[in-house]
Design a binder for this molecule. Structure first.
Ligand SMILES: CC(=O)N[C@H]1[C@@H](OP(=O)(O)OP(=O)(O)OC[C@H]2O[C@@H](n3ccc(=O)[nH]c3=O)[C@H](O)[C@@H]2O)O[C@H](CO)[C@@H](O)[C@@H]1O
Ligand SMILES: C=C(OP(=O)(O)O)C(=O)O
Length: 423
C-alpha cells in the first residue's frame, strides 16, 4: 500500500481550491433513491467514500453514471433490492444513510449494522428511534437491522443528542410519510441544510433545516433534480491550518466563510490573519502561533472533524493548550502518533493537554482515521526531516488529491506510488 511522505516545507503560498463536501454528498447520494427520475450531482468530490456509496446504490439497482470527475448522474427508477450488505457497510459507516430513503420508497430496508470505528462506538439508536416513531417495525439480528412499514406516518421526534446522521436519515424517511414530522434537537450542520435544500428541489416540503427544529410535511412523490454540492468546510479548515502552521500566505478558494465561524475564530485567537477575498479566505500565518483552548461541540460549535488538525497546530504553538473532545468518546488516536513526532501531549479523560514546542521531528507514523491522517501530514510540514505516513486509505476517504493540492502551495510531499520524490 502506498504511503505519503512529507518533508519540512517552506511557508505555503498560492491558491488551493476546496472540493465539494464529503459529508454533504454522501447523504445526498443516498437521497437520490427517493426519486424515479434522473438526478444530476455536480462538484462531487472524487473520493473513496463516494465510490463506496455509489457501489451501495448500484447494488440496490440504481443506475449510477460518472459523467466526469466531478459529476454523477443517478437514476433510481428501477431499484429492486432493499438490502445493503456487510461488505459495503463495513467499508463506510455512512452507507447506513440509505435506510431512511429505502424505507420511504420501498417500505422496507435491511442494512448491515455499522460497527464502531477508531473514533468511537458510534451507535445508531437515534436513527432507529426516529424510524420507530414514524411507524416502522425494527428487527435486529445476525448483524443486520431490518425496518418495515406499510405506511410511514409523520410524528414528533426528540433526539437525545443532535446526531448528524440520525437527523439526515429521519429527514429522508419523513419526506414521503403521511402528514407532518417534527425533529426536535436536530443537528444544525451546514450539510443538513444542503441535504434539505436538495430534497426541497426534488419537491419535498422541509422547513427549519439549519435550526434545532425541522418540520417536514410529507409529499406523494419526489422528482429528479440537479444540485451542486456545497464546499467542504473541513477540507477548507485543514488547508487553513496548513497555511497557519507554516507561517504561509494562502488563498483557500471555494469556501463558505459562514460555515467556518468557529474555526476562523480559533485561528484568530492563535494570531492567524484571515480576510475574505471573493469566494475564498486568505490565511496569513503568524511567526509563532499562540496556544488556545478548544472544546468540540455540535454545530455551530467547534467541529470534532477539525480537532486533530488543530492538535497538530497547537503542538508547535507557544504555551499550553487544552482540547476537550465532547462529541466522540475516543477521538484521540492521533495523540500517540503525534507524540512519536516529538509532540508533548497528555490525555486526561476527554481532555488533551498540549505543551507547545518549537519543532517536531519527522518519523514513520500511521493514519488511524481520516482526520488523524490529515493531522500527521500537517505535522510533517513543520517537522525536521522526513515523515512517512502509512494507512493512507483513511486519508483517501475524505481528501481529494491532498498531496497534489499541498504541492501546488509549495509543500514537499508525495505519494510513494507517484514516482516522485520530495526534491
Ligand atoms: C458522514 C458524516 O456526515 N460524518 C460526520 C457525522 O457523523 P455521524 O452522523 O456518524 O455523527 P453523529 O452526529 O451521529 O454522532 C455524534 C455523536 O452522537 C452519537 N450517536 C449518534 C447516533 C446515534 O444513533 N446514537 C448516538 O449516540 C455518536 O456516537 C457520537 O458520539 O457527524 C460527525 C459529528 O459532527 C462528524 O464527525 C462526521 O464526519
Ligand atoms: C468522522 C468522519 O467521517 P465518517 O463519519 O464518515 O467516519 C470525518 O469526516 O472526519
Amino acid at each position: 500500500m502506498a504511503k505519503i511522505v512529507v518533508e519540512k516545507s517552506q511557508p505555503l503560498k498560492g491558491t488551493v481550491r476546496v472540493s465539494g463536501a464529503k459529508n454533504s454528498v454522501l447523504p445526498i447520494l443516498a437521497a437520490t433513491l427517493l426519486a424515479t427520475e434522473k438526478c444530476v450531482l455536480e462538484d462531487v468530490p472524487p473520493l473513496r467514500d463516494v465510490d463506496v456509496i455509489c457501489e451501495v446504490l448500484t447494488s440496490l439497482g440504481a443506475d449510477v453514471k460518472r459523467v466526469n470527475r466531478e459529476q454523477i448522474d443517478i437514476r433510481a427508477n428501477a431499484i429492486d433490492n432493499y438490502e445493503a450488505p456487510y461488505e459495503l457497510v463495513r467499508k463506510m459507516r455512512a452507507s447506513f444513510l440509505v435506510m431512511g430513503p429505502l424505507l420511504a420508497r420501498m417500505g422496507k430496508a435491511r442494512i448491515s449494522m455499522p460497527g464502531g470505528c477508531a473514533i468511537g462506538t458510534r451507535p445508531i439508536d437515534l436513527h432507529l428511534k426516529g424510524f420507530k416513531a414514524l411507524g416502522a417495525e425494527i428487527t435486529l439480528g445476525h448483524g443486520f437491522v431490518e425496518a418495515k412499514a406499510d405506511k410511514l406516518i409523520g410524528n414528533k421526534i426528540y433526539l437525545d443528542f443532535p446526531s448528524v446522521g440520525a437527523t439526515e436519515n429521519i429527514m429522508m424517511a419523513a419526506v414521503l410519510a403521511e402528514g407532518q414530522t417534527i425533529i426536535e434537537n436536530a443537528a444544525e450542520e451546514p450539510e443538513i441544510t444542503d441535504l434539505a435544500n436538495y430534497l426541497n428541489k426534488m419537491g419535498a416540503q422541509i422547513k427549519g433545516a439549519g435550526t434545532d427544529t425541522i418540520k417536514i410535511m410529507g409529499v406523494e412523490r419526489l422528482t429528479g433534480t440537479t444540485h451542486t454540492v456545497i464546499p467542504d468546510r473541513i477540507e477548507a479548515g485543514t488547508y487553513m491550518v496548513a497555511a497557519a502552521m507554516t507561517g504561509g500566505n494562502v488563498l483557500v478558494d471555494n469556501v463558505m466563510a459562514d460555515h467556518l465561524k468557529p474555526v476562523i475564530a480559533k485561528l484568530r485567537e492563535i494570531d492567524v490573519e484571515l480576510y475574505e477575498e471573493g469566494n475564498g479566505i486568505r490565511v496569513i500565518g503568524p511567526k509563532i502561533p499562540k496556544a488556545v483552548d478548544i472544546k468540540t461541540l455540535p454545530y455551530p460549535g467547534f467541529p470534532t472533524d477539525m480537532q486533530a488538525q488543530f492538535m497538530a497546530l497547537l503542538s508547535v504553538s507557544k504555551g499550553t493548550s487544552v482540547i476537550i473532545e465532547t462529541v466522540f468518546e475516543n477521538r484521540f488516536m492521533h495523540v500517540s502518533e503525534l507524540k512519536r513526532m516529538g509532540a508533548d501531549i497528555k490525555i486526561e479523560g476527554r481532555s488533551a493537554i498540549i505543551e507547545g514546542k518549537r519543532e517536531l521531528t519527522g518519523a514513520p507514523v500511521k493514519a488511524t482515521d481520516l482526520r488523524a491522517g490529515a493531522a500527521l501530514i500537517l505535522a510533517g510540514l513543520v517537522s525536521d526531516g522526513i515523515t512517512e505516513i502509512s494507512n493512507i486509505e483513511h486519508i483517501e476517504r475524505g481528501y481529494v488529491d491532498i498531496e497534489k493540492k499541498l504541492r501546488g502551495l509549495g509543500a514537499k510531499i508525495y505519494r510513494t506510488d507517484e514516482g516522485l520524490s520530495v526534491e
